[in-house]
Design a protein around this ligand. Structure first.
Ligand SMILES: [Zn+2]
Length: 259
């Protein structure tokens, strides 16, 4: 991926609704990264580019349906990736500072997080789209935003022995450096339109980050078997980890009692 700037560096990330998850069945499939900043700061341009969308989507479909993002901005970045155009989308925003056709530089104010469209609490929904400015062309923004200093990203694969990705499985990151702290995420869900796209070079199906540099274990439990694999996180890097599980077992039907 390109290295893009963090649009809201002081904001917290909603880790309960990660890219490729459905928030444990509560929401529709998530194709972006949610960040919320109590300070109500202005989100900034992630890179130099041109604003190609700065309007409401009440009459036009950009997401799952009309009025999904409410107000949105899309910047087409000057830099391309693997000969493909790259777009950054800002959704659920207010106080938009840019207009269509305008050039922006990395770090320039774009808009404030808001509750426009389908958003209950104020937050910024950021998407990275590669190849085309469409809903099905997203990638995991955590792999594109440069990690803060003192931290790195973990891109993981949770696969069966045939190389098939496990979907919607809880994966836990356990810190081996200090007190027993942990983080959870979920492996990517697929859908008929394949809206969730791993990076071709990484083929990841879960991501943690950024986390402080150091030694961690990635843990998961599938069909009663526990897996725990170490991973070292290096500053400013995407660190990879792979877990290959036992084969999928079709659950054995339990004999039912005869009345
Ligand atoms: Zn979102």
């Amino acid at each position: 991926p390109l290295s893009i700037a963090d649009p809201l560096p002081t904001a917290g990330r909603n880790t309960g609704y990660s890219y490729g998850s459905d928030g444990s069945g509560r929401y529709l499939l998530h194709n972006g990264l949610d960040m919320a900043d109590e300070a109500d700061n202005l989100a900034v341009a992630v890179a130099d580019g041109t604003v190609i969308v700065a309007r409401g989507d009440q009459e036009e479909m950009f997401g799952w349906r009309c009025d999904w993002y409410g107000e949105l901005v899309v910047i087409r970045l000057d830099e391309s990736w693997a000969d493909q155009p790259v777009y950054a989308l800002y959704g659920h925003i207010k106080d938009v500072q840019v207009s269509e056709g305008q050039r922006v530089e990395r770090g320039e104010p774009v808009a404030r997080e808001g509750t426009a469209g389908v958003a209950v609490v104020p937050h910024l929904h950021l998407e990275v789209r590669v190849g085309s400015n469409t809903f099905g062309a997203t990638r995991n923004p955590l792999l594109w935003i440069e990690p803060w200093s003192g931290g790195g990203i973990i891109a993981g694969r949770l696969l069966d022995p045939d190389g098939r990705a496990w979907e919607g499985v809880t994966v836990t990151l356990i810190d081996r450096n200090g007190p027993a702290e942990f983080l959870n995420t979920w492996t990517y869900l697929d859908d008929p339109d394949h809206l969730i796209r791993p990076e071709p070079a990484l083929a990841e199906n879960f991501v943690f980050g950024p986390v402080a540099a150091g030694n961690y274990d990635v843990y998961t439990s599938i069909q009663g078997v526990e897996y725990r694999v170490p991973v070292e996180v290096v500053d400013g890097q995407i660190n990879t980890v792979e877990i290959v599980t036992e084969p999928f077992r079709t659950p054995t039907p339990q004999p039912t009692a005869t009345p």
